[in-house]
Design a protein around this ligand. Sequence first.
Ligand code: RB5
Length: 151
Amino acid sequence: MRVGLGADHAGCGLKDALAVHLAARGHEPVDFGTGDPAVSVDYPRFAEAVARAVAAGEVELGILCCGTGIGMSITANKVTGIRAALVHDATTPRLAREHNDANIIAMGARLIAPALAAELVDTFLAATFEQRHQRRLDLISGIESGRRGPA
Ligand code: RB5
């Protein structure tokens, strides 16, 4: 699977470790930067790059890393068609896929260990969306397309 990866300076080390992990498992990691953890950068730029690549179908799924994962998830969710989930334990990446059809996960490199992050990535890639939740996703799409007020 082609998987887009993005990070700021705080998430760069984790992002690089996850790229190695993905490649070792036969996936094709596509690195959207940043490349130098010593240089402070702005996380929205990297979140947007990965989110747009996922939305355009250039990569199937995305993985974003910053200090907490919060800024990355907030930013990615501004891009139409993106459902980015902030994940931190064994359950959240599975349910993000099964219930929310998340197409990006965000993680906090300052909060979780690289070994756990790799497990979360594996779980995310292995899980599949459960169609019974489609109605809720359609409601989200309705908000994106400008529907006014609760449906
Ligand atoms: C950078 O210091 C930090 O704010 C960023 O990595 C992230 O945690 C933001 O949500």
